[in-house]
Design a protein around this ligand. Sequence first.
Ligand SMILES: [Fe+2]
Length: 275
Amino acid sequence: MEFEKIIAQANPQGDLRLLQITDTHLFASRGTGLLGINTLDSFKAVLDQIQQDQAEFDWIMATGDLSQDHSERSYQRFAEGIACLQRPVLWLPGNHDFNPVMWQTLEQSGISSAKQLVSDHWQLILLDTQVPEKPHGYLAASQLDFLTQALHEYPNKHALILMHHQCCPIGCQWLDQHNLKNSDHFYQAIQAHSQVKAILFGHIHQNFEYQQGGIAFIASPSTCIQFLPLSKDFALDQQQPGYRCLTLHRNGSISTRVKRIEGQRFLPDNQSQGY
Ligand SMILES: [Fe+2]
């Protein structure tokens, strides 16, 4: 499949500034929640927090699980909410998404389906790791081809690769079963490309930053429920929903921070055994 490519300008300092929003798990119905948290309310609270923080970014990256019920209305709710930030959005699907409806509804809402963004010093490559009706991820041959082609196309630009599933262990045993199953294929595809500086993912509903072999592995809190780091079995965290800002500098380094909603407004139902 041929994907649209976006050419974007760095800011005057040569930086590309991103906001990551992930795992909104929205429903068609206004009143539905996930494990005791109303996901539309928590999404809106994160959007309010971003505006209150006067966070500075030029692009929004939505890294999957935008919907929990596959409905057109849930994707419209995402588009309606994110519009308040007045910045362009790129997205990729998560295990809970339904790609055909997601693609069509977001496009109808004016959100680009591009999966490659090329700027002065960086390129971003957004991959689809979804396996229909499975919680784990897999990169199909077509996605690996797209990745390889994109890396060959811009050998002199730093690369940030985005995908929903984690390609490295994160230390939560139950979540590490739902990882990217063919991470060996992924590493083979990137190993000859030293311009790959970071992998950004969603899915794990927690703050995660890890560095190995010159590559940063980064994930972020969901805008709804949080999973407890380093837990063997399914466990929820009392930490609040949040978002991440990343500045991709011209020299290939990255500054990044996570910010959560202030207070204790969103507390999950701790009796939940899974999701
Ligand atoms: Fe999720």
